[in-house]
Design a protein around this ligand. Structure first.
Ligand code: AMP
Ligand code: MN
Ligand code: MN
Ligand code: MN
Length: 285
């Protein structure tokens, strides 16, 4: 059966508060224009965009779920945990996120030092300027490397300098996955394993990760994510049903000129996977 590649709910996207390229209000406008009714703003490691997004969402009649995407690790593997329905005022969550933001700040200086060793000076000022006063991440370095003429595009920047094992890669020292889940749960949220296909784990490792995640209090996983490989949705749907985890859907949109993800360009959850949003009483029409 042919299924429509459009979802009226999209629970994973980024704004200028992290490494997206749109102001939160413009992002919400774009969500509205694409016909999506329910969105979550899930910036990396901070919730600074939620207030502005909330105002615009109210104005346009969009239902905004407050979210965050927490950078963590599990057995040396970098793992992203999306928190949905979080209370951004929660102290445990904000203290935790502040720790990650401090690590990011330190890492930015370290990445710049390594780029300088590799013959590329001036990256720190450049990347920080791209990030503004907000979260600084590898995406900002990637964009600066392109702008300064060192790379043709972001994917080359990651392949040559910023990706794992590359000259300017800083072995990450993220917080344990269990901590990310704990903070999200403390803030009344649901912890969702983001884009499970992107970690390139074997089927048995992925199952081990999901078991550890569930044991830590994780609620669900992104069964449908932007630009996932063929077959991932069915495989992840089976795992969700089998392990009693909820399903989420999210494009991981970063901006019109970033990557290939588009808002709402997602398949529906497979049959029998319980959506994470039903707990909030959200009905889609
Ligand atoms: P960070 O959290 O600062 O380590 O950066 C990770 C972010 O970089 C991801 O959320 C993506 O937005 C971006 N990213 C990761 N890999 C690539 C890639 N190969 N090409 C372009 N962007 C990437
Ligand atoms: Mn990103
Ligand atoms: Mn991610
Ligand atoms: Mn993301």
């Amino acid at each position: 059966m042919h299924q429509k590649m459009f979802s009226p709910i999209d629970l994973h996207m980024h704004s200028l508060a992290s490494d997206g390229t749109m102001h939160p209000r413009d992002l919400v406008q774009r969500v509205h224009d694409s016909g999506v009714q329910v969105m979550a703003l899930t910036d990396h490691d901070n919730t600074a965009g939620l207030a502005e997004a909330g105002e615009k969402a109210t104005e346009l009649g969009i239902q905004l779920i407050p979210g965050v995407e927490v950078s963590s690790e599990w057995e040396t593997q970098g793992i992203h945990i999306v928190g949905l329905f979080v209370d951004p005022e929660n102290g445990v969550l904000q203290e935790g996120l502040a720790k990650i933001m401090a690590f990011r700040d330190w890492r930015a200086t370290e990445i710049s030092r390594l780029l300088e060793v590799a013959g590329i000076p001036g990256a720190e000022a450049g990347a920080r300027a791209m990030a503004g006063s907000r979260m600084v991440g590898r995406s900002h370095f990637g964009r600066w490397l392109v702008r300064a003429g060192h790379c043709a595009d972001a994917s080359e920047a990651f392949g040559k300098y910023l990706g794992r094992g590359c000259p300017a890669y800083v072995p990450s020292d993220w917080i344990p996955m269990t901590e990310a889940v704990r903070w999200i749960n403390s803030a009344g949220g649901s912890a969702i394993l983001a884009h499970p296909g992107r970690y390139k784990l074997s089927a048995s490792r992925l199952r081990a990760l999901l078991n550890a995640f569930r044991e830590a209090g994780g609620a669900g996983l992104e069964v449908c994510s932007g630009s996932q490989a063929a077959g991932d949705r069915e495989h992840l749907g089976r795992l969700a049903r089998e392990l009693g985890l909820l399903g989420s859907v999210g494009s991981d949109f970063h901006g019109p000129d970033v990557g290939h993800a588009a808002i709402g360009q997602l398949l529906p959850l497979p049959d029998g996977v319980e959506p994470v949003w039903t707990r909030a009483g959200i009905q889609l029409h």
